[in-house]
Design a protein around this ligand. Sequence first.
Ligand SMILES: Cc1ncc(COP(=O)(O)O)c(C=O)c1O
Length: 388
Amino acid sequence: MKSYLLGLSCSRCSKEYSADEPQFLCSCGAPLLAQYDLPRAKKELDKNKLAGDSLWRYAALLPIRNKKFRLDLGEGQTPILSVPKLSKEFDLPHLFVKDESGNPGGSFKARGLSVAVSKAFELSAKEVALPTAGNAGGAAALYAARAGIKCYITMPKDTPSAFVTSARLSGATVELVDGTIAEAGIRINELNASDRFYLLSTLREPYRVEGKKTMGYELVEQFDWKLPDVIIYPTGGGTGLVGMWKAFDEMEKLGWIGPERPKMLCVQTEGCAPIVKAFQEGKEKADFWENAATMAYGLRVPSALADFIMLKLLRDSGGSAVAVSEGELVEGVKKLGTEGIFAAPEGGAALAAVWKLKASGWLQPQQKIVIFNTGSGALYAESLARYL
Ligand SMILES: Cc1ncc(COP(=O)(O)O)c(C=O)c1O
């Protein structure tokens, strides 16, 4: 199956760039997004003939031109689980969990990194690098190993050791820094002063979001080409929200869905909630969140490059943004455990948002609601054990 990729265009000023050489941010500083020949794909692509058991099922709408560069470790095609006990408890009969914990490396980060490292491989990168809160580093290390490309990762010093070990065991070089992913990003940029790396930092690189958008394609396909009413998503850098929204837009242009959209709900934690704060204050951009702290390390993102895209899509969708406490997210992990799901704290946060929003009347029993459990609790076992 060939890719319908045309090129890249800026998410803010629409300036166009070639996708056949390494590209990062637009000259105006905003993220670049991949564009496809959707009118042609609409004529040629049959959604009922998609084939494959990984996210490469959507390869025609992904940016890798030559099949031999696709790094496929079986990422994606994760289950949508019904949760009967929780449905009953919250009086939400149509509540589902999209469970990403079975991805390579144990999180949905596999999706973005599979596609981004494949593209780096296709563009002949010799060494990829990224700052990470944990999961993305582990996934990058796996795909770089598969491609035979070197991988350099910076992570906050207090990231649970399981994340560090897993990346190192896959052959990556891991450097630990004081602070959060913000400081890890500064360190990577210092190291890259002479453009030594092909940088994979969230949304500074255009293709991780392409991998993440497959969550949107997959969700709709799994619901027989129908959208749910609400998507509840634990948000850090925002590639998932931005990616799924892009997928819905593409699917409408392909004639696979109509103009309807789910309400998109951003969940953060009280210890780091820049998007929630900006949403509630009616702002178009978020302020830097000082002293960010939460055990949902993937949500400890004090400043997101795509803040303006996320805030717009939350509002355009009729969605909202909510922050939960550490206690609530642990409760969320425990409740998901009663359904046989060993959730990451980020997934627990998404579930905690459900009961808060139900209590406030924002969620209604007739709605079809999907929450994302973005990762496995296994790598966070040490942090979670403190609450047992
Ligand atoms: C488990 C988990 N959930 C959610 C997120 C947030 O992801 P996004 O960049 O899509 O907002 C992360 C990011 O590190 C993560 O590791």
